[in-house]
Design a protein around this ligand. Sequence first.
Ligand code: APR
Length: 203
Amino acid sequence: MNVVPTLIAAILWALAAVLFLLWIADWRPPRRRSLQIQVVAGDITTEKTDAIVNAAKSSLLGGGGVDGAIHHAGGPAILAACRQLRAGQYRHGLPAGEAVATTAGRLPAQWVIHTVGPVYNPDVDRSDVLRSCYVQALAIADAKGAQSVSFPLISAGVYGWPKEDAVRQALTALLSARTKVKTARLVLFDEESYRIAKVATGR
Ligand code: APR
């Protein structure tokens, strides 16, 4: 008896069974991580990355902190673009954890990606919303074709998020994100945040 056809059929059945199990388990081949994370001290408005991220308020109409610095350095074109967004898709403001891009006006970057961090509340865990800011900003960067993005430490100023945890959430989100962006820079404005981030990344 010729066992070869039987053997081939058995192998094909086994292969089909493995593929079926992988399909059920929604398996994907492991992707090589290509996002490089840099931790730097400085002012985000001078960053020469393709996009910088703004820790905006929901109104998108400017404020203090990094938001004020970005609008001040980038000029009125950013506010004009934000007003257009408010007149259209974001009539009720940008929800916390979401992100949207505008021109960067006079800034060296090409785009400002606005995101709204959560206000810190010790009684409610909003860390998923904070991580979403980073992930959604990278998704917008992908859509624009940006290869490099600079982030401030979202929610760690006026919104009161403890700096150490803000750094932890930022790094967790950046490390977990699926993105085509090659470089993410965490730009720390104050000495304490920079020191915490350096310790967290062991550099
Ligand atoms: N470059 C980089 N980081 C900066 C800069 C700057 N030029 N200026 C401030 N920061 C840092 C702060 O030191 C802080 O660590 O950005 C981090 C976030 O602080 P905020 O700007 O206060 O942002 P957030 O805590 O998310 O609060 C957002 O503040 O100004 C308002 O309109 C803004 O209502 C929104 C709220």
